[in-house]
Design a protein around this ligand. Structure first.
Ligand code: AMP
Ligand code: MG
Length: 404
């Protein structure tokens, strides 16, 4: 076996630049029902074809009146009005209101013809079945939501590339839309490599380990607006890897893990060389240095390290921004907290370090065990970053923790 030396690493910033240059926002679209639209991205503008509300309606329980009839009303000198009907929601008024008359009306019920304001029930007193005392003057339009005041027919409701938040879905519902056109979620092929890697649930043979990366990657892909397309693990030989690559080409993005140790690395390089071009291989980060990015038959390809924490760490740092941009989602904005570091943490000379920590008792505690240990992440609350040129973060230093 001829082993090529590890290609010199590029900086994290340079890796981010090359990744961002390689992003092709998804063009496929699909129609989804409103109930499935949350978190999707609109692929076209939507304008209202109706007014919302579709009719002038009462904003209060009370009495629909002609505003000028209430002009002299006060606690001491109430105005008496004749109640001509009761208007409930979902029912058109039967009568129109003339001076000296009113209609009892529920919130959301249509304002009867002739009336132009609503006196709320708290400002009235019933005087028998068909008469009411009004204690307060209202002006025209008071407690009335005019037709189209929320959304006027013809106006814009959502625009292309808008994230469909709960309220935007609500606005679509308000104008009667049952479906909305959205961009398709990018399909992400996920495949683990390694002769030793087997499926959880199978009996574990000598030297074998359960596949972790396929599941961490699928979870993170799904959490950021893409669809995970898992594939069976591939053995470490060129024919198997090339066949595995070919199987994944139907996806929008391909993510392999493993194959970063000496010897295996050559196989992945050869498999990529057979199908595409390498954009980088090796990033000056810790963990996650042996990460590759390539274009394989026109598709973006991530070669993540096999070590589960390295793999997942770089999925957070590099894959998530790439997928979100591909899916046309806004950048992820993680929560951060600032607190004092309880123990000194050494930097990694020449590498930008993502160091996992726990936040307890108002202090930040080291949680990193090793890049092969998934508990470096699963028992951490977040991570701190130590730039490549920094030797250490000292005990007592205030650090910013990016929370998972
Ligand atoms: P590699 O990058 O293939 O050299 O793998 C580095 C380490 O990660 C080795 O100990 C592998 O057994 C382990 N590893 C590789 N792939 C996986 C996986 N999918 N799940 C869990 N561990 C893995
Ligand atoms: Mg391997």
């Amino acid at each position: 076996m001829t082993m090529r030396p590890f290609v010199s690493t590029i900086s994290l910033e340079e890796a981010r630049r090359r990744l961002s240059d390689a992003i092709v926002p998804i063009e496929r679209t699909e129609g989804v029902r409103l109930a499935e639209a949350a978190g999707r991205v609109a692929s076209g503008d939507v304008s209202a074809t109706i007014d919302a509300p579709p009719f002038a309606r009462s904003a209060m329980d009370g009495y629909a009146v002609i505003a000028t009839d209430s002009a002299s009303a006060s606690r001491d000198a109430p105005v008496r009005l004749r109640v001509v009907e009761r208007i409930y929601t979902g029912q058109p008024p039967a009568k129109s209101i003339t001076s000296g008359e009113c209609a009892e009306i529920a919130t959301g019920a249509p304002i009867p013809a002739g009336a132009n304001a609503v006196v709320m029930v708290e400002d009235t007193a019933k005087l028998g079945d068909n008469e009411v005392a009004v204690f307060r003057q209202v002006v025209a339009g008071h407690n009335v939501s005019g037709r189209g005041t929320d959304i006027a027919a013809g106006s814009s409701v959502i625009r292309r590339d808008d994230l469909l938040t709960p309220s935007r879905i609500g606005a679509l519902a308000a104008i009667g839309r049952a479906t909305v056109d959205v961009y398709a979620r990018p399909v992400v092929a996920i495949l683990s490599t390694g002769n030793e890697v087997i499926e959880p649930g199978q009996p574990l043979g000598p030297g074998q380990i359960f596949d972790v990366n396929r599941f961490t990657l699928a979870a993170i892909v799904a959490a950021h607006g893409s669809v995970a397309a898992p594939h069976a693990a591939s053995e470490d030989h060129l024919a198997a890897l090339t066949a595995a690559l070919d199987e994944c080409l139907a996806a929008d993005v391909i993510v392999f893990s493993g194959g970063s140790s000496v010897g295996e690395r050559d196989l992945i390089l050869d498999a990529i060389a057979a199908r595409g071009e390498m954009i980088f291989h090796g990033i000056a980060v810790k963990p996650g240095k042996p990460t590759a990015f390539a274009r394989v038959s026109g598709k973006p390809f991530f070669g993540m390290p096999g070590n589960p924490t390295s793999c997942l760490s770089n999925a957070y740092v590099l894959l998530v921004p790439f997928l979100r941009a591909t899916a046309r989602l806004p950048p992820f904005a993680p929560h951060t907290v600032r607190a004092q570091l309880a123990r000194r943490v050494s930097g990694a000379p020449g590498r930008h370090q993502f160091y996992t920590v726990r936040v307890t008792g108002g202090m930040v505690w080291p949680a990193f065990k090793g890049s092969g240990d998934i508990t470096s992440l699963s028992q951490a609350d977040g991570y701190i970053e130590i730039p490549a040129d920094q030797d250490a973060v000292e005990e007592g230093d205030v650090v910013e923790v990016t929370l998972f």
